[in-house]
Design a protein around this ligand. Structure first.
Ligand code: HDE
Length: 724
């Protein structure tokens, strides 16, 4: 048996077919993408469906050609003036090949440059129908989606597991045009007004002189800004929690952050509106890495989240999220229980407004080309559909300008909507014409309105409810201004935006003691990396206003006195829904369990451990002293390549005496992972100084050990190991 014929597939195969040893010499059609991959739908640039197979939009033939389709004989040698002579300008193939290569890169995203994506499908359950006209939210409607997850601060090549907020951007290809929900995995933002976005990002990015540190907030400029600009404190404390270290993109919540407006037409052309916040809830639960683990991963596997997402989809562990809404009355003051719904630094606790699940999204296919899909996808909070409108949240208002603008420089012109991944799956009849990279071939002579030369086409759409067949997007009429300033032009903001600490306190006080400990340690680490004493002291002052115990812990770690609070912050009612550590259990889909064996390990014991893990929806990784095969079982990791960080649990079946495995076990134990050791492998636990009676350590016969480890996995980690 070979690795390929083993029925327990380990994801990660680079190509649809195993590579031959010899360079192939017989021409044949290119291989199709792997079974887990898909490209964008093959609609035209104007959204019309085609029957063109996806394979026909890629390179299709057997023979090498130029970009103009000219067959080529040699692509390995330049055209030279003699065997040892200089290269000739006449070599059009060389010049085309190198010129194109020279222009392969486009500007990376200003923020969220590092990301990974997948194709999915959203199915609505109809619960939103009473609030909105949006067609994709009607019961049973199935809508294609494309989701891109990202970090915020790092460059395109930075590590996945840094402490940072994660982007969670979803493109719904609805029948009424593209709807983008461009959200994050943290429900609040650093700033209340878009005009400050360049400030927070310049502060979070590497220092401009040395361009360090990459992709992290543990440096002076970040803490300088957030300690001066205290409206950032709420988002910052979420970033100090394990939410900023997701175990997997598959195990993150998503939030639209801003309050949006749902719109429902009534007979006679009227509208009813409600205010809404959007949530994604992962079916696998919301889980984090430990801080040490995250740091180790940054070195050992900087592509950890990207790999995890692709591997899970390849293994058939398709990630799912429930899409949910919190709905509020659209009152004139836009307050709910005193919480300002236009302030993006505030949440509405679920205890005050429970989530209503309105559908489920499943990610089903990996992209077939990173650049064409994940890099070129262009999101924009202004990509709306009838039934969903914006509010006057000043952060959202600035985003409505920014995203369109940024795509023009990033994607080289105004026609980015024509790129295959961005094409709507709905009819497009705009009057936008020409521009760089125009790929539509428009007909007609009158791209203007009104016209009579093209028969008046295209006609403005009808309003839903008012006219038969109406489906036009309607901007909801809204009073402007509000409060005392009324309709006066002003740079002032509402006084309700001035509370910067009460919800940071709410978040901290809602956490379990283990989660609070992690928050404390995160502040101590980050501020410990700050050079300037004044900045540390200023941030301690903010912590004193959030929670005195938190402040005292961090001050102690920094060797500084804990200041007294400077603000009267109201006491808060904790929101248990904010906890990540709960008594709930979760499916083990796509988790990885290492099985440490040697050449003498009983084949039947190994086989049954692998089967049991596979049956639980997880992937068994066989870790042996050498690569290749162990009897008829393929080895996935040798002792040289195995790493604790890619395992959710470890089972040791052999009494191996290898320091690398001993270290692997120590790390797994420190990171609160389930550990199993067959009786025969007691010596390995001893060498790692792991008490066999410690929580989350299972010993006994191999089958009982595997079963015990699988029982522990649904709780995510063995939290009892952390002393608080
Ligand atoms: Fe973004 N943001 N953002 N942002 N954002 C971008 O758009 C911006 C904000 C978010 O996977 C950029 O196409 C401004 C909040 C995600 O392609 C840019 C402001 C939230 C992504 C931009 C914000 C987000 C972006 C960079 C303050 C959560 C990645 C490249 C008003 C609700 C999307 C691009 C992807 C990307 C601007 C604040 C989420 C420059 C001006 C709040 C998930 O346009």
């Amino acid at each position: 048996m070979t690795a390929e014929s083993d029925h327990i597939n380990v994801p990660g195969a680079p190509a649809p077919e195993p590579a031959a040893f010899d360079e192939p010499t017989q021409p044949h059609a290119p291989l199709p993408p792997k079974a887990d991959q898909s490209g964008p739908d093959t609609v035209t640039p104007t959204g019309a469906e085609t029957t063109t197979p996806q394979s026909a939009v890629a390179q299709q033939g057997e023979r090498l050609t130029t970009a103009q389709g000219l067959p080529l004989r040699d692509t390995d040698h330049s055209l030279k003036a003699g065997r040892r002579g200089p290269v000739l300008l006449q070599d059009h193939h060389l010049r085309e090949k190198i010129t194109h290569f020279d222009h392969e890169r486009i500007p990376e995203r200003v923020v969220h440059a590092r990301g990974a994506a997948a194709h999915g499908r959203f199915v609505a359950n109809g619960e939103a129908e009473r609030f909105t006209d949006a067609a994709f939210l009607k019961a049973g409607t199935v809508t294609d989606t494309f989701v891109r997850f990202s970090t915020v601060l790092g460059s395109r090549g930075s590590a996945d597991t840094v402490r940072d907020t994660r982007g969670f951007a979803t493109k719904f290809y609805t029948t009424e045009g593209v709807y983008d929900l461009v959200g994050n995995n943290i429900p609040v933002f650093f700033i209340q007004d878009a005009i400050k976005f360049p400030d927070i990002i310049h502060a979070g990015k590497p220092h401009p002189d040395r361009e360090i540190p990459q992709a992290q907030s543990a440096h002076d400029t970040f803490w300088d800004f957030v300690s001066l600009h205290t409206e950032a404190q709420h988002h910052t404390i979420w970033n100090m929690s394990d939410r900023a270290l997701p175990r997997s993109y598959r195990m993150m919540q998503g939030f639209g952050i801003h309050t949006f407006r749902l719109v429902k037409s009534t007979d006679g052309g009227g509208l009813t509106t409600s205010l809404v916040k959007f949530h994604w809830r992962p079916r696998l639960g919301t889980h984090g890495l430990t801080w040490e683990e995250a740091q180790l991963i940054s070195g050992k596997d900087p592509d950890f989240h990207r790999r995890d997402l692709a591997d899970a989809i390849e293994a058939g562990a398709l990630p799912e999220w429930d899409f949910a809404i919190q709905v509020f009355p659209d009152t004139e003051d836009q307050l709910f229980h005193g919480i300002d719904l236009l302030d993006p630094t505030k949440i509405v606790p679920e205890e005050l407004s429970p989530l209503i699940v309105v559908g489920t999204m499943t990610l089903e296919k990996n992209p077939s080309n990173y650049f064409a899909e994940t890099e070129q996808v262009a999101f924009h909070p202004g990509h709306l559909v009838p039934g969903i409108d914006v509010t006057s949240d000043p952060l959202l208002q600035g985003r409505l300008f920014s995203y369109l603008d940024t795509q023009i420089s990033r994607l080289g012109g105004p026609n980015f909507a024509q790129l295959p991944i961005n094409r709507p799956h709905a009819e497009v009849n705009d009057m936008l014409r020409d521009g760089m990279h125009q790929t539509a071939v428009h007909s007609g002579v009158a791209p203007y309105h009104p016209n009579s030369l093209d028969g008046g086409c295209p006609f403005p759409a009808m309003v839903a409810g008012a006219q038969p067949g109406g489906d036009a997007f309607v901007d909801v009429p809204q009073p402007i201004g509000g409060e005392a300033t009324g309709d006066v032009v002003t740079r002032e903001q509402s006084a309700s935006f001035d509370d910067h600490f009460s919800q940071a306190r709410l978040f901290y006080r809602s956490l379990t003691p283990v989660e609070q400990l992690h928050v404390k340690q995160a502040y101590a680490f980050e501020l410990g990396k700050v050079y300037e004493q004044a900045i540390k002291e200023r941030q301690l002052q903010c912590l004193a206003n959030i929670d005195e115990d938190l402040c005292a812990f961090v001050a102690d770690e920094l060797g500084l006195p804990a200041p007294a609070p400077t603000e009267e912050v109201p006491e808060v009612e904790p929101s248990p829904a904010l906890r990540m550590i709960t008594d709930d259990t979760w499916p083990a889909d796509g988790r990885q369990i290492g099985i440490v064996v040697d050449d003498d390990t009983d084949a039947a014991a190994l086989a049954s451990a692998r089967e049991a893990i596979h049956a639980a929806g997880a992937t068994p990784l066989v870790i042996a002293p050498h690569g290749g095969m162990l009897g008829d079982v393929p080895v996935q990791r040798s002792f040289h390549t195995a790493a604790s960080i890619e395992l959710d649990a470890v089972i040791v079946l052999a009494p191996v005496a290898d320091q690398r495995i001993v270290e692997l076990l120590r790390e797994a134990f420190r990171h609160d992972k389930a550990i199993g050791a067959a009786s025969a492998a007691d010596s390995v636990l001893q060498a790692a100084a792991i008490d066999a009676a410690a929580p989350g350590v299972v010993t006994g016969e191999p089958s009982a050990v595997t079963a015990g480890v699988l029982d522990l996995l649904p709780a995510h980690r063995v939290w009892q190991r952390e002393q608080v």
